[in-house]
Structures are given as structure tokens and as C-alpha cells.
Design a protein around this ligand. Structure first.
Ligand code: F6R
Length: 578
């Protein structure tokens, strides 16, 4: 989390950095700031809130050397004093930082001569650097050996030095096509500005001059790095609605179509060169991507391949026994999620077969895994993932068909699914009714349970309503105790074989005074139910159909409650710290 953009150029680097920060706002929007060099003095401007506030404050400013930051608060409240950049006490060095310095408290207590101006771990880091011997690079390298945790850092000094380096958090540098150099947390910032870029590996550093970038290892020795070609980024959105989230939901049909076409036309599965027989699949992911992985596991099991799903933050410190015959799939929209990346590194180091399922070309996860199943959802800006989730589910389904030897046979059916894909909205009256309940539960069985999990996550993250999902068969093992007349239970029912079981569970809820809202493609009539009718589609792909109105439920509820659904509080799109 947090985004860094830093630039040295003859052009107005203030503008370039602010434009870069706008592209990085998905990584956090608690506060933003820049430091720039003017007459051998470092000047800093900070604002609380979104980049637009910073943009207003720096209007008309010109500088060649600028470092900028957009923050997602980890240490210290959302206040201007905690916004980056942070100056060392001598005012000689300014730093922007993405990551967490885990031992900052111990280091801070050793720096007894420093008057700290913020509550952040980053300010400890910049002072640690300033107190080291040598030039800016040497100071940084020495200090980096004393810190534990993660960092992507850009530094400037009052002498005009510009140095960057990283551990765990992503950092890219590039020569700009119009002259100058840039360092940033996301390659996307370099889109249309550079044709090539360099990815810094852990404990690598770079000294940036206007026409030259020199790379160093942790011993301060110069190293040679190969540049990579920028891949083309898709347009942000082909549909323009009031919010990114709405545009992105409405894009689902188009991006499913593009994904299917690309999988047929580009031989993506064949090019992976996977072993003929895959004996086991393990999927690892976080949040919404974890939910798509749950569905993926169901699909693989139907293709007779044992499959397991792990939450990345649990897997990385757990005692999982790795299996050389298994395939490990890391699912991530951004390809930047710290926990998912850590798991991929563990599996790669242990020589497991790894595959990244991502939506972001050039992302870190792709670089680790090398083998990639792309989703073609286009860039997703809203923090709550929608179209990317549907694409992940779809690609996992296609992959299960491929492994079963049925992908090409089912071409017509798959094309039909996409061509007939119907959006189901939810009417405003129903949304208003939902919002009258104090307690909201989502229930379902099997695939519908996963939809319940995802729908509940969407609703809570952008409305702050305390809701949760439970497998309907589990209700009477405890949760039923919570049901009363203030409870709304949103039940998803799209699978014929478990329909009657679910209906019995709903009766148990009604008997305790709970209100039911049934989300189903079946004609189940009960005058006491609120109903949201789904269109019919292929049973296994119903999760992609049924999530749409539930995404709309979250979106409309958020708007009705007066929130910005694109930027929910306390969250960021890319979770680059653990
Ligand atoms: C929720 C959401 C998050 C992400 C999670 C993983 O709407 O978007 O739960 O799914 O943070 O992110 P990625 O997929 O980028 O690894």
C-alpha cells in the first residue's frame, strides 16, 4: 500500500509526479505529498485526503527533482504530520516510503537525539539514513541493513542526489521517452511515458541522474540490469458511469468476451507447457481473489483433480506440506498483494510448479511465477473488485475444461454463454428495504455459498454494514441464535441439486422471525419472501451471473448511504504490506 512516484527531468517534474500519484491513488488515499529541490533546499508540501487536494496546492509550481507519495496509513493517524515525504531532522534528506519498518520502535529508542515530527516508522528510517556515513547511496545501504520489514523508498538530498531502493515492496525505474528518469511503485505509471523499464529486486538500489541510472547491490557494488519492454495497458474503461465501480460492473460482459476470445486465439493453455497429468491443484489468494479460487477448486474437482484453497496470509506462516506433483495457482487481480507474493516466493524457492492468475501485465507475481494465466478484465480502479472477479472465475472454469480435455469441444457453448450474458440490476425499492435491517446475513450452499461470501464482502467493504456469510447448512450450529425480526437473510439459490435443502434452511429462519430475500433463477414462490429473480444460464457459471445484482446491491446501498463506493474508508486497492 502507499504509492511512490519520483522524477528528475528538465520538464516540470511536479506535474509528472502528481499525474503519477493520481494513477497510484488506488494504493491509498489517506494523504499525499511531494518534496522538491529549490536553490539547494528541500521544500515539502503535504495534504490530507485525495490527490486532488495536493494538486490544488502545487498548482503553478515548477521543479526538476520531485519525490511524491500517496498514503495508506499504517503507523500514525491520518494527519498532515504523518503524510509523506518525511524530512530528516537536519532537513538534508527527504524520503517517501512504501512498506513497514517492523523494528521501528527499537530503532526509534536508539535515536535519542532526534526530535520526531510524526508518528511514522518512515521518519525513523530517514533519520537512520541521515546519521550513517558516506554519500546518499552508502547511507541508504548501511541503514537498510538495520531495518526489518519491507520498503520501497525514494530519497532526495539537498545536494540534488536522487536514490531509490527496495525490499519486498515493488519498485520500478525508467528513462522517460521525453528525457529524464522516473521511479514508481507501479509500471502502469510509466505507461505512455517510457518504452522500457527496470524492475528492482530485493535489496537492490539505484542512483538516478537525468540521463543515467546506475544499479547497486546490497554491498554497494555496481550491477548490470536488463530492461524489460512495456506491455500495452488496456484502456481504463470503455463504459463511463458516475463511479468506476458501476462502469466496471457493466463491463463484465465485454471483458468475459475478450477473455474467451484471447484464450481461444492465443493458445494460452498450450503455451504454459504444463505436465500432461496434474495430480493436485492448490490455489492461494486473498479477499475476493480467494473467493474466485474457492470456485476454481470446485471446477477442478469436477475435472477429477483434487484441489485445495488457502488464504495467503495463513499459508505463508502455516505448516503446509508442499507437493512436488501439485500445481500452485496464485490468484490476484493486481499481482502485487504482499501475502500472495510471499507464498509464491516460498513455493518457487521449494521448486514447486507455480502459475500466476493475474489481471496486470508485468506485475510482480507474473515475474515470480513466469507461467501466467491472464485475465483480460482491463484496469480495475474501484477498490471493490467486480469485473476482475468474474474474469478470474471464468478463467478458472476454462482452465478446468482444458485440463478435462473439453475446452475446444465446448467452444460454441462458451461463446453462447458470453453472448447471452444478462445483467440483473436490483431495483431501488428492494435496496431501500435491505437497508432497513440491522443484521444482514448471506447464505447459500456449495457454489452459492461462495457467492454469499463474495456478496457479503462487497456489501461490508463499501457500506460499512456489519454483515457476514455462512453456509446455510451451518446455520443451526450456532448462528441461528442471532436470527430475530431485525435480521435479513439473503439466500442465493442457483443449484438444482441443493435447492430443496436450502429451502428447508430458509423455513427454519422464517420460523425465528427472520426475513428472507431469495436470489434465484428458480421459480420459488413464497409471498413472505423478498425476491430477486436471476436469468437462467449454465449451472456451473451461475456464480458469474448471480454476483452481478449483489454487486449492484452493494453499490446502490453505498450511494444511498452517502459514501463513495470507489474509495471505501480504511482500504486500498493493492495490499502491498502484510
Ligand atoms: C475486495 C477486494 C480485495 C482483493 C484482495 C486481493 O473487493 O478487491 O479483497 O481481492 O485485496 O487483491 P488482489 O486480487 O489484487 O491480490
Amino acid at each position: 500500500m502507499c504509492g511512490i512516484c519520483a522524477c528528475l527531468s528538465k520538464q516540470n517534474s511536479v506535474q509528472l509526479v502528481v499525474d503519477g500519484l493520481k494513477k497510484l491513488e488506488y494504493r491509498g488515499y489517506d494523504s499525499a505529498g511531494i518534496s522538491y529541490l529549490e536553490n539547494n533546499e528541500i521544500r515539502t508540501i503535504k495534504t490530507v485526503g485525495e490527490i486532488c487536494h495536493l494538486e490544488e496546492k502545487v498548482n503553478g509550481l515548477f521543479a526538476n527533482l520531485v519525490i511524491g507519495h500517496t498514503r495508506w496509513a499504517t503507523h500514525g493517524a491520518v494527519e498532515e504530520k504523518n503524510a509523506h515525504p518525511h524530512l530528516s531532522m537536519s532537513n538534508k534528506i527527504s524520503l517517501v516510503h512504501n512498506g513497514i519498518i517492523e523494528n521501528y520502535k527499537a530503532l526509534k529508542s536508539e535515536l535519542s537525539t532526534i526530535n520526531f515530527r510524526s508518528d511514522t516508522d518512515s521518519e525513523v528510517f530517514v533519520n537512520l539514513i541521515d546519521l550513517e556515513e558516506g554519500d546518499l547511496l552508502q547511507k541508504f545501504i548501511h541503514a537498510s541493513k538495520k531495518v526489518q520489514g519491507s520498503f520501497a523508498v525514494a530519497l532526495i538530498s539537498d545536494k540534488g542526489d536522487f536514490v531509490v531502493g527496495k525490499r519486498e515492496s515493488p519498485l520500478y525505474v525508467a528513462h522517460l521517452s521525453d528525457g529524464g528518469v522516473m521511479a514508481t511503485s507501479d509500471v502502469y505509471v510509466l505507461n505512455n511515458l517510457a518504452t522500457n523499464f527496470f524492475t528492482l529486486k530485493d535489496d537492490e538500489f539505484a542512483v538516478l541522474k537525468e540521463n543515467e541510472i546506475s544499479f547497486y547491490n546490497k554491498n554497494g557494488e555496481k550491477i548490470h540490469k536488463k530492461c524489460e519492454k512495456m506491455q500495452k495497458f488496456d484502456k481504463i474503461s470503455a463504459i463511463f458511469e458516475k463511479t468506476h465501480m458501476k462502469s466496471e460492473i457493466l463491463e463484465t460482459k465485454n471483458v468475459l468476451k475478450t477473455t474467451l476470445e484471447n484464450y481461444f486465439n492465443q493458445n494460452i493453455f498450450e503455451n504454459l507447457n504444463l505436465p500432461k497429468k496434474i495430480k493436485e491443484i492448490n490455489l492461494i489468494a486473498c479477499g475476493t481473489a480467494y473467493h474466485s479460487a474457492l470456485l476454481g477448486a470446485e471446477y477442478f474437482k469436477r475435472a477429477s483433480i483434487p484441489a485445495h484453497v488457502y488464504v495467503a496470509s495463513e499459508f505463508r506462516y502455516g505448516n503446509e506440506i508442499l507437493n512436488k506433483n501439485a500445481l500452485y495457482i496464485f490468484v490476484s487481480q493486481s499481482g502485487e498483494t504482499a501475502d500472495t507474493i510471499a507464498c509464491a516466493k516460498i513455493c518457487k524457492e521449494k521448486k514447486m510448479k507455480c502459475l500466476a492468475l493475474t489481471n496486470t501485465p508485468n506485475c510482480f507475481l507474473n515475474q515470480i511465477c513466469k507461467k501466467v494465466l491472464p485475465t483480460f478484465a482491463g484496469r480495475e480502479i474501484a477498490v471493490a473488485s467486480t469485473k476482475a472477479y468474474s474474469c478470474q472465475v471464468f478463467v478458472l472454469f476454462l482452465f478446468s475444461l482444458y485440463l478435462k480435455g473439453e475446452f475446444y469441444q465446448l467452444k460454441n457453448l462458451l461463446e453462447e454463454f458470453v453472448a447471452d450474458f444478462k445483467f440483473t440490476d436490483i431495483n431501488d425499492k428492494l435496496v431501500d428495504e435491505v437497508l432497513t435491517y440491522k443484521k444482514i446475513f448471506f447464505v447459500g450452499r456449495e457454489e452459492d455459498y461462495v457467492t454469499a461470501l463474495e456478496a457479503s464482502l462487497k456489501l461490508k467493504e463499501i457500506t460499512y454494514i456489519n454483515c457476514f456469510a455462512i453456509a446455510s447448512g451451518e446455520l443451526k450450529h450456532g448462528t441461528l441464535a442471532l436470527i430475530d425480526k431485525n435480521s435479513l437473510v439473503i439466500a442465493i439459490c442457483t443449484q438444482e441439486k441443493i435447492k430443496d435443502k436450502l429451502i428447508s434452511n430458509l423455513e427454519e429462519i422464517e420460523a425465528r422471525g427472520g426475513k428472507i430475500m431469495l436470489v434465484s433463477n428458480f421459480d420459488i414462490r413464497d409471498e413472505n419472501y423478498l425476491t430477486l429473480k436471476l436469468p437462467n444460464s449454465f449451472p456451473l457459471l451461475m456464480p458469474i451471473v448471480s454476483i452481478i445484482p449483489l454487486q449492484f446491491l452493494a453499490l446502490k446501498s453505498s450511494e444511498k448511504l452517502g459514501y463513495n463506493p470507489d474509495k471505501p474508508r480504511n482500504l486500498a486497492k493493492s495490499v502491498t504490506v502484510e
